[in-house]
Each structure stands twice: as structure tokens, then as C-alpha cells.
Design a protein around this ligand. Sequence first.
Ligand SMILES: CC(C)(COP(=O)(O)OP(=O)(O)OC[C@H]1O[C@@H](n2cnc3c(N)ncnc32)[C@H](O)[C@@H]1OP(=O)(O)O)[C@@H](O)C(=O)NCCC(=O)NCCS
Length: 167
Amino acid sequence: MRLQYLYLDELKEIPGLDFTEYDSSDPLEIHAFYYNDLRLYQESKLSTARFVKYKDEIVGYFTVSMNAIELDKLGKDEKVKGATPKKYPAMLIGRMGVDKKYRGRGIGSEILLFCRGLAIEASHEIACRYVILHTTEARAHFYRGSGFVKSGNPPRKGIVSMYARTV
Ligand SMILES: CC(C)(COP(=O)(O)OP(=O)(O)OC[C@H]1O[C@@H](n2cnc3c(N)ncnc32)[C@H](O)[C@@H]1OP(=O)(O)O)[C@@H](O)C(=O)NCCC(=O)NCCS
């Protein structure tokens, strides 16, 4: 599938898309964030947004930022022998969404692959050992399919934290 990834300033305006669930709920605020917070987070460098273009349509978005994951949240074999840090550098996928009309075609999985590539690319300049994200149990299957595994101690009840290595 040929997807293109555009920066916020490449578009005149934020395209009208629908990131709600099939029952119109927005439990992880992917839709609300897109309309209310995208620009603020971008301009204040809290996260970088990319729009996802498929054929001639914008069909999704995601945001990423620098972050870190505590060693005790990772699997035992993730510890780097001989290294002292208690946290390892990670890129956080803060939000991601595919418009309702375009779900189930592999676009979300392609975005995850692109994000892992971004982290690998970035790590040539600024080390980045993991890609991390927070989701729900219901969505964990989607991320598992792209090689993410659950980490320990999620930030709150009902949230599942996951990671994938860049190396
Ligand atoms: C989650 C989301 C990004 C997936 O995008 P997508 O383009 O539909 O995903 P894909 O077509 O690549 O799906 C890949 C696999 O994940 C599964 N999957 C997709 N969305 C899922 C969901 N919401 N819950 C559980 N599994 C899901 C698919 O069934 C497919 O499984 P399979 O390989 O066993 O057939 C999209 O459904 C979405 O934007 N949802 C609303 C916003 C949201 O929940 N964002 C994620 C926040 S953590």
C-alpha cells in the first residue's frame, strides 16, 4: 500500500475526518485531540503530527514525541548488561487514528511500521531503543500484530502500555 506522510504545515487546513468508534464514542480522545489539540501540541513541541495520505485522500494521523520507558516496565531480557540507566530512551506514539471509512485495510498497521522506521532513523542522531504507546485491552490485538508487547505498570486502570524494540 502506498501511503504518504505529510506535516501539519503542508496542509492549508485540518481535513474533516472521523476518528470516533462505530458507536460514535471517542474513548481515547483520538477524535477530540485531532480537532482541539493538534496545533497546540505541534506549536509547543509537545508532539509532532503527521497526516497520512492514501491515494488522494487524507485518511489518518498520528503524533510522536520523545519519551522514555522505565526498565522495570520491560521484560527481564530487555536489560542491557553492563549499562546503568533505570530508564531507556523511547519514542512515544501519542495518538493515532484511521478515519472510519478506511479502517480494516491495513492502513493502521502500515502507520505503525512507518513509526518504527521513524524511531530507527531518529536513533542515528538521538538514541531511541523503543517505540512505546498506551492503549486499551480491546485494541491491544492491533498492536500485537505489529510486534508490540505489553509492558508492566500501565499509568492507570483500563490502560495497556506496550513497547517494541528498534534494535
Ligand atoms: C485502531 C486503528 C488505528 C486501526 O487501524 P486500521 O487501519 O483499521 O488497522 P488494520 O487494518 O491495519 O488492522 C490490523 C489488525 O488489527 C485489528 N484491529 C484494528 N482495529 C482494531 C481495534 N480497534 N480493536 C481490535 N483490533 C483491531 C484488525 O482486525 C486487524 O487484525 P487481523 O490482522 O487479525 O485481521 C483504527 O481502528 C482507529 O483509528 N480506531 C479509532 C481510534 C483508535 O482507537 N486509535 C488507537 C488508539 S490507541
